[in-house]
Write a protein that binds this ligand. Structure first.
Ligand SMILES: [Fe+2]
Length: 268
């Protein structure tokens, strides 16, 4: 069970992770927070790596952007992976830059055959360069294109079929989108072969009257826990809690991890 249990690494958890010996097997780090640092941040990663496996989670690949990849970024990422040997390397099914402009938002795009073929080529280029499967996360979103010819999850499944990439399935994002776009997450899950899911994200969001806002500022809600129970009963997949705003004490995050384990049918 320990090898399945992960946590999104945040600096306030450092002392507990190093000194507390929690039942956690791996940590996810935000790639861009460490990629270019050879000083104190790198030392911190190397210290963590003595106790935990690492997963890298990128936010700037901009997979669906119209341009080709930034080769410098891919080369730097390859060196970073060779040095720290992460178990998984992920990024998002989105675009976040174009024409040299960068946004902090991870933006959706039309899920069309044309874009599928374009992204198949890009994923294959990434995988050829990095010599490992790219793990791609489904998005939470607030806008959707009327040009889409399939759902995001059907698009992801087709990408897996054509490239052997893997999926980072964010169940909170599915719940957020279920409210924002009136989709049924259980129906969408029918597109996904769980054997292609390398990792799960669990997080919390804020519900307003008409839509959900993906804040990662609280524990997962009941709908996300229900989805997690449904998925985890079918297949045991590495999972983690993501918490990015209003970061609580380590013991509170640990409670969410314990709840996740309990819903899988495992008790410490
Ligand atoms: Fe996520």
């Amino acid at each position: 069970m320990k090898e399945l249990t992960g946590l999104g690494y945040r600096a306030p958890f450092h002392a507990d992770l190093i000194n507390g010996h929690p039942e956690i097997g791996w940590l996810e780090i935000i790639t861009e927070n460490y990629l270019w640092d050879k000083g104190s941040r790198r030392k911190r990663l190397e210290r963590l790596r003595e106790n935990y496996e690492l997963a890298f989670h990128g936010v700037s690949l901009s997979l669906a952007a119209p341009e080709e990849f930034d080769n410098k970024y891919l080369s730097e990422l390859k060196v970073f992976c060779d040095e720290l040997k992460p178990t998984r390397v992920s990024d998002h099914l989105c675009w976040s830059s174009t024409g040299g402009h960068f946004w902090h938002d991870l933006l959706p795009f039309p899920y069309t055959e044309e874009n599928l073929n374009r992204l198949v080529s890009k994923v294959l280029i990434w995988q050829d360069k990095l010599k490992r499967p790219l793990v791609i996360e489904n998005l939470s979103a607030y806008i959707a294109s009327s040009k889409s010819e399939m759902s995001e999850y059907a698009f992801l499944a087709a990408l897996v079929a054509k490239t052997d990439c893997q999926i980072l399935l964010d169940l909170n994002n599915m719940v957020v989108n279920s409210k924002n776009f009136k989709i049924d997450p259980y129906k969408e899950l029918e597109h996904i072969n769980l054997n292609s899911v390398a990792q799960i994200h669990l997080a919390g969001h804020i519900d307003s009257e008409h839509f959900a806002i993906d804040t990662h500022s609280k524990a997962p809600n009941e709908a996300t826990w229900d989805l997690w129970q449904f998925v985890s009963q079918k297949k045991k997949i590495p999972f983690m809690i993501e918490w990015d705003e209003e970061i609580p004490s380590f013991s509170e995050v640990k409670r969410s991890l314990d709840q996740a384990r309990s819903l899988m049918g495992y008790h410490l």
